[in-house]
Design a protein around this ligand. Structure first.
Ligand code: FAD
Length: 559
């Protein structure tokens, strides 16, 4: 096979990479401001991303519920599982605007108040303000897709975004996507005045708990880090890549949604393990799974499994929990339990930490969702200095769309397809299709497993040290050379190959960032620096491209 074919270039004002919640919210907001918008989505926007089959908690400040002064809400938000690494100016903007997005969703038909009024339950500490609005999100993605199409947005499904194209002046001129709609992939350049990156989280860089099943992930396994990698290559700053996360949930069924369970984390005798609740509580859930992930590894190392114990749940709360879990993308788990004759009143469900870790950071954005490259914006799980999960995707997705549309006004499209970045990408990636697809070249799968192994073992959330990371980085760099030898027989394999390329880059940047932070903080556990250095409080590790390679630095967290 020779060279990769190209489609004629397309053109728009705002190109959105990723048709998840943040991407569709950006597209809708930009189209509402008169912009011509194209969304490039890897899968199908109707059922893609971490919100594909629903979510049921939206972090939301409502003055009539929480009081006119948001400070207690902000305190609760920042001490929750999503807090800690958020710039406070972004937090304040979020708090100002999140209820408007909830009202939009309500008007579009997402079940934001299925039981009458605004209802706050789960992820909560007894006696504290409840900040998570309970909603029924099972149909959210088809609804957002409908709203985008209604506004004239073009959605290119099966078109993963691969690269940002910038002009000689360093501003955004468009993007490179891959048309996967046929057996053999084609390059698709899209001229654009601005680009919004919204490709979600980093979900396949670290290994799954079920090693043979690498797509068995807590979040969407298609979200691998492309937005972050493309932003870095385009010159944007990334932040907090030294931080890691770790999910918790039903053992071997790696799905998000732990806060929807109405039960008590217990040992095999049914004795509660955390300090928060002793009986199933619809109001609070059991916060132990949110804030004490080490519970699983610690208890397992003591020879003790950990269970979610719902045995004392009231009948109506059980119905409420099952309703919540089916809106929360946990239908397959529920079906399985039913098939196995599971009885919530009699049996406990074993829970576990879900994976070998995940990356805590991402793209550094300003208060308008702008990156450090003019014309480039990012929102949702993609960002490294603000996190509010679904609410964050909705609110900053909207902000990114507004900002990108405003930036694009009065600008002209340029011939992005004739810029050097396009030619370089084509030449490099054509080779993936030209190499012999036999056993002489590594497949994407071998290299995906290899990068996961290295990241989980040497840069994960359990043990880090200079020597471990030096050794891991050496392995990673050695294996990275094999990326230049990958081959693909068809569109599907080609897509996986470019994912792997991005994962190796992101792994490398995570190693450099983690080596820079010489202290222990959260799940960045340095056994060689076992203390938390208060001089580094409120300081973020940054990384960006320089002539000499990745350049690591520090910046203050915004007050
Ligand atoms: C089961 C589950 C339950 C959850 N429950 C909650 C909850 O109740 N409350 C809450 O706040 N959060 C919840 N979360 C987290 C929440 O779903 C995410 O924070 C949210 O979906 C992030 O939105 P996003 O648009 O940034 O990313 P996503 O919704 O993941 O969207 C990313 C999109 O980008 C696409 N994509 C990836 N790579 C590319 C590429 N290269 N080119 C083009 N497209 C690409 C993906 O296909 C996807 O459509 C849950 C997550 C899971 C998995």
């Amino acid at each position: 096979m020779s060279g990769m074919k190209q489609n004629p270039p397309l053109e728009c004002d705002v190109l959105v990479a990723g048709g998840g919640v943040a991407g569709l919210m950006a597209a809708i907001a930009a189209a509402d401001r008169g912009a011509k918008v194209i969304v490039a989505e890897k899968a199908n926007s109707k059922r893609s991303g971490s919100g594909a089959t629903g979510n049921d908690h939206f972090l939301c400040y409502i003055p009539e519920v929480h009081g006119e002064d948001p400070s207690e809400f902000i305190q609760e938000m920042e001490s929750s599982q999503i807090g800690g690494n958020n710039d406070m100016d972004l937090v304040r903007r979020y708090v100002d605007e999140c209820f408007d997005r909830v009202k939009d969703w309500d008007a579009w038909g997402v079940g934001m108040r299925e039981h009458g009024d605004w209802e706050f339950n789960g992820h909560a500490k007894p006696g504290h303000l409840k900040v998570w609005l309970k909603y029924a999100g099972r149909e959210q993605k088809p609804i957002f897709t409908r709203e985008a199409l209604k506004r004239g947005v073009t959605i290119l499904n099966h078109h993963p975004f691969a690269e940002v194209i910038t002009g000689e002046d360093g501003t955004v001129a468009g993007g490179i996507c891959v048309d996967l709609t046929e057996e053999i992939p084609k390059m698709q350049v899209i001229r654009a005045k601005s680009v919004v990156l919204a490709t979600g989280n980093v979900n396949r860089l670290f290994g799954s708990r079920t090693m043979g099943w690498m797509f068995n992930m807590a979040g969407c396994p298609s979200d691998v880090c492309t937005g972050r990698a493309a932003a870095y290559r385009a010159g944007a700053r990334l932040v907090n890549l030294d931080m890691t996360g770790m999910g918790a949930g039903c053992k071997y069924f790696n799905r998000g949604g732990k806060a929807t369970w109405i039960g008590v984390y217990s040992d095999i005798e049914g004795k509660p393990l955390g300090p928060f609740v002793t009986k199933p509580s619809k109001e609070y859930g059991d916060l132990a799974g949110d804030v004490w992930r080490e519970m699983f590894t610690l208890k397992n190392s003591q020879g003790e499994p950990v269970f979610m114990n719902c045995s004392e749940i009231q009948d109506e709360d059980l119905d409420y929990m099952l309703w919540g879990l089916t809106n929360e993308g946990n239908v397959a788990t529920m079906d399985h339990l039913k098939e196995e004759g599971f009885d919530f009143k009699k049996h406990m469900v074993e829970f576990d930490a879900k994976d070998g870790g995940s990356l805590g950071g991402g793209i550094d954005i300003d208060i308008n969702a702008g990156c450090t490259v003019p014309g480039l914006y990012a929102a949702g799980d993609e960002t490294g200095n603000f996190r509010a999960d679904m609410g964050g995707a909705a609110t900053f997705g909207h902000i990114a769309g507004v900002s990108a549309a405003e930036y694009s006004q009065g600008k002209e499209n340029r011939n992005a397809e004739q810029m050097p970045a396009a030619a370089e990408w084509l030449e490099k990636h054509s080779q993936i299709l030209e190499r012999p697809a036999d056993n002489s070249c590594p497949s994407w799968k071998e290299l995906n497993v290899a990068v996961q192994q290295v990241m989980s073992d040497y840069c994960g959330p359990y043990v880090r040290s200079e020597h471990m990371m030096q050794t891991g980085l050496t392995h990673l760099k050695r294996l990275q050379k094999q990326v230049e030898r990958m081959c693909a027989k068809n569109s599907h394999e080609f897509m996986r190959c470019i994912e792997v390329e991005d994962m190796f880059l992101m792994g490398e940047l995570a190693f450099y960032s983690a080596m820079e932070r010489k202290e222990t903080r959260g799940r960045h556990r340095r056994v060689d620096y076992p203390f938390t250095n208060s001089l580094l409080n409120q300081k973020f590790v940054t990384i960006e491209k320089s002539d000499k390679g990745p350049s690591v630095g520090w910046r203050d967290k915004h007050k």
